[in-house]
Design a protein. Structure first.
Length: 224
């Protein structure tokens, strides 16, 4: 049986995706040979300032959103956020997503070892830097600084951006977003699009969906 392919969509500025990362790590430990996670990005915070200004206008504005994020984070012991989180509003998550797609191109081209998991490590470093250090990860200089700290070749990363290949790979994510009508971060899609889990979904729920797919032959996945 082929491994179950999971499409995982998230935004680097999404606190729920920050929280959910540990669940993905647990899944990889529990199902090392049974699942493959494809990482994609949905830019919920594509226009960050406008999103917060309009979406939180009647809920305390930016201060209300800051308090909202801190209240959420306080419920989970495995993550932390800076006391001034969201006091600085980055322009757009799209910039960070483009950079991460450039990093992913290094994996696709075999320019880095697959076992190094550079996309996963870089995405996590971005999230952690934003939520715990107030780093503006929409800024290219900050992105390169984080990549250098991880020992990545920033010249190679820049080439993926300059060539247009990182843009093309990000465009594929946009196409998948339209195809599967993704609007929430994080979103997990599996079983060829027939099953999805949106938002803050607990590990046991995700695990149960995977076990159901593993235990049911492909021709028995639908009763009708």
């Amino acid at each position: 049986m082929k491994p179950i392919r999971i499409f995982y969509f998230s935004d680097v500025f999404c606190v729920w995706a920050y929280i959910a990362q540990i669940r993905l790590e647990e899944l990889k430990i529990a199902f090392p040979e049974d699942i493959v996670i494809d990482y994609h990005f949905v830019s919920v915070f594509g226009n960050t300032r406008e999103k917060l200004e309009h979406g939180w206008r009647d809920r305390g504005g930016l201060t209300g959103y800051q308090n909202h994020v801190k209240a959420i984070a306080s419920k989970f012991e495995h993550i932390s956020v800076h006391s001034d989180v969201w006091s600085r509003v980055p322009a757009s998550s799209i910039s960070a997503h483009l950079f991460l797609k450039a990093v992913q191109m290094l994996e696709i081209k075999g320019l880095v070892s697959e076992s190094d998991k550079v996309l996963e490590k870089t995405a996590w470093a971005f999230r952690e830097s934003f939520f715990t250090k107030l780093a503006d990860i929409s800024d290219r200089k900050v992105q390169f600084a984080i990549a250098e700290e991880l020992g990545l070749d920033i010249t190679l990363i820049q080439k993926q951006i300059d060539s247009g290949e990182a843009y093309a790979l990000l465009s594929k994510d946009f196409d998948l977003i339209k195809e599967h009508q993704v609007s929430v971060s994080p979103t997990l899609i599996f079983n060829e699009g027939r099953q999805r889990l949106n938002g803050n979904v607990g590990y046991r729920v995700i695990e149960a969906n995977i076990r159901e797919l593993l235990n049911n032959p492909p021709n028995e996945q639908s009763w009708c």
